[in-house]
Design a binder for this molecule. Structure first.
Ligand code: UN1
Length: 499
């Protein structure tokens, strides 16, 4: 078998790509890219023990020095951006610009984490007792298990790894079975950073490739105090309670069912661009993808007409080709699920525009579709589910309160947005009585968040926060310390206990 030059350019060797049992296919044409070796479940205790040994050293390395490793990782990622981006495109089917954007997201979080390595600030707290000082210190936790999904095969690891490493924690990564190659190439980049760093402990960053048994070993081990998992709400509903039951800390980033409210005052030209990117970008396979439009009845007809027009001219095809905006879905099973959901929506009274398999003018063997716009009479069961495909349901509203109620009335709570030029509506949407999501935007679509903010959402999205802001606190343990520098021993709350 001759391998794609993109694989060797990304540092993968013949022995990485052959002889294993896990077949990896490109969504572009369904062709087999490689057969990679899998980690045996029986090897997981040794992997975890290795990480624990690394932790014993790494936790005592000063945080700014730990930041130096992440700085080097950022440098190596910059040097390999084109090659890794091309591999993301090959293994996931993202268009070239989005493949590169994913690597940029990794570089950005490295930069953020380097600064953070000098800012793991605790508090000083006013003590009620004389001659006492109270403080809060943040300490490393231990190995972090990262279970990532196919759709952001490397960026989500980097959000977790960059923070975990500066926080003093080793990382064990189990990527999606659909995307081990980008993970292996990322580890090669990490190895270069480690070599330049010099004295990092062995076992600080490990990759395990395999199925649910490999993930289960991370989920179940008490030696993995933090388990960060990205994927479906169904998966998180199994993983989260298992981690909690053994007193571990789950960080869950699960399904989204992200909506946009389009108010009568909206700048419709801008809204149309945001809607199209949000709904069809990454072929609708972001957890932040736009899935529901809640449009004021007075502008619905106009907006749907503009959207159907915009949808009709979208270039669908090989994601490597310049000009393509919609690449393939990850596999045929995903396309089948999309088509089945559209049938359900029709049965619930939906009028479907688009949403068909495409076989002409696209590489054979890939799961290409026209994105679907579905006018729904109500927020039915199908609309309330996340389908990982470019389906956009259109609902209408008359009163603003109704729009907010519809936005919130789904099980998921990741991202949300409103297009309006009305200050009252915008601020109400962002208020305590507004969107119930982890992300709420005004005059911006729901996807494509910057790394500087905390990323994650509520309800069935799992409640986890990753990436920017103070998400780092999820990777550390907090210690409250009170020091008595006086010659007396007063008790708090004025309690007397005189011997
Ligand atoms: C995901 O789909 O799992 O906000 C992450 C965004 C990207 C990350 C998406 N920065 O769309």
């Amino acid at each position: 078998m001759t391998h794609s030059p993109i694989l060797s350019a990304a540092g993968l060797t013949q022995s990485d790509l052959t002889g294993g049992t896990l077949a990896v296919r490109s969504p572009i044409d369904g062709a087999e890219l490689a057969r990679v070796a899998q980690t045996a479940a029986a090897d997981m205790p040794a992997v975890i023990a290795h990480a624990r040994a690394a932790f014993a050293e790494w936790r005592s390395v000063p945080a700014p020095r730990r930041g130096e490793l992440v700085r080097l990782l950022g440098e190596e990622l910059r040097a390999s951006k084109a090659e890794l981006g091309a591999l993301v495109t090959l293994e996931v089917g993202k268009i070239t610009s989005e493949g590169l954007g994913e690597v940029q997201e990794m570089i950005d979080i490295c930069d953020f984490a380097v600064g953070l390595s000098r800012q793991l600030y605790g508090l000083t707290i006013a003590s009620e007792r004389p001659g006492h000082r109270m403080a809060e210190t943040w300490h490393p936790m231990g190995p972090v298990g990262v279970i990532s999904a196919f759709n952001f095969p490397v960026a989500v690891w980097s959000w977790n790894a960059a923070l975990a490493l500066v926080c003093g924690n080793p990382v064990i990564w189990k990527p999606s079975e659909k995307t081990p190659l980008t993970a292996m190439a990322t580890m090669r980049i990490m190895e270069r950073a480690l070599a330049r760093f010099g004295d990092a402990p062995e076992g600080l960053c490990q990759l395990v490739v395999g199925g649910p048994e490999v993930g289960a070993a991370l989920v179940e081990s008490r030696d993995v105090p933090i388990l960060s998992a990205t994927g479906s709400s169904r998966m998180g509903g199994i993983v989260g309670p298992k981690v909690s039951a053994r007193w571990g800390r789950p960080i869950l980033e699960l399904g989204g069912n992200n909506a946009m409210i389009v108010a009568p005052s909206a700048d419709l030209d801008m809204a149309v661009r945001a809607i199209v990117f949000g709904a069809v970008g990454t072929a609708g396979q972001r957890c932040t993808s736009l899935r529901r439009l809640i449009v004021h009845r007075s502008i619905r007809e106009d907006l749907v007409a503009r959207l159907t027009k915009a949808y009709a001219s979208l270039p669908i095809g090989d994601p490597r080709a310049e000009g393509t905006l919609i690449g393939p879905l990850v596999d045929m099973a995903s396309r089948d699920r999309m088509l089945a959901q559209l049938d359900r929506a029709r049965a619930e009274g939906g009028v479907v525009h688009g949403g068909a398999a495409v076989t002409e003018g696209v590489p054979a063997g890939g799961a290409y579709v026209t994105p679907a716009l579905v006018e729904m009479p109500a927020q039915t069961e199908t609309v309330r589910e996340e389908t990982f495909a470019p389906i956009l349901y259109v609902l209408s509203y008359d009163q603003f309160d109704e729009a907010i109620a519809l936005q919130n009335e789904v099980p998921q709570g990741l991202s949300s947005c409103i297009f309006t030029l009305n200050l009252r509506e915008a601020e109400t949407f962002l208020s305590a009585a507004g969107s119930d999501c982890g992300i709420a935007n005004v005059n911006i679509g729901p996807s494509g968040a910057e790394i500087g903010g905390a990323f994650g959402g509520e309800k069935e999205t799992g409640g986890g926060r990753e990436s920017g802001s103070d998400a780092w606190k999820g990777y550390m343990r907090r210690q409250t310390s009170t020091v008595n520098y006086s010659t007396r021993l007063p008790l708090a709350q004025g309690v007397r206990f005189d011997l």
